[in-house]
Ligand binder design. Sequence first.
Ligand code: SF4
Ligand code: SF4
Length: 64
Amino acid sequence: MYIVSIDDDQCSGCDSCADGCPARILSFDRSRGKAYVSGDEAECMGCEACVAVCPGGAIIITEM
Ligand code: SF4
Ligand code: SF4
């Protein structure tokens, strides 16, 4: 099981992470210009595809 954390302060709003999540648990809030966890974190498979595409290091995946 993984915990998915997105640091708003580090998110530059590039919208690169949500579409690439194979578990479809990330979304992008256009009104705020920030990515957020919209789905069930229990579905996260820890692939870190989101981490790889994030230019700001805003996403942290922690294995529990
Ligand atoms: S680690 Fe993989 S499955 Fe988990 S939120 Fe990131 S892209 Fe999605
Ligand atoms: S890839 Fe990083 S900077 Fe871009 S929207 Fe996602 S969290 Fe924000």
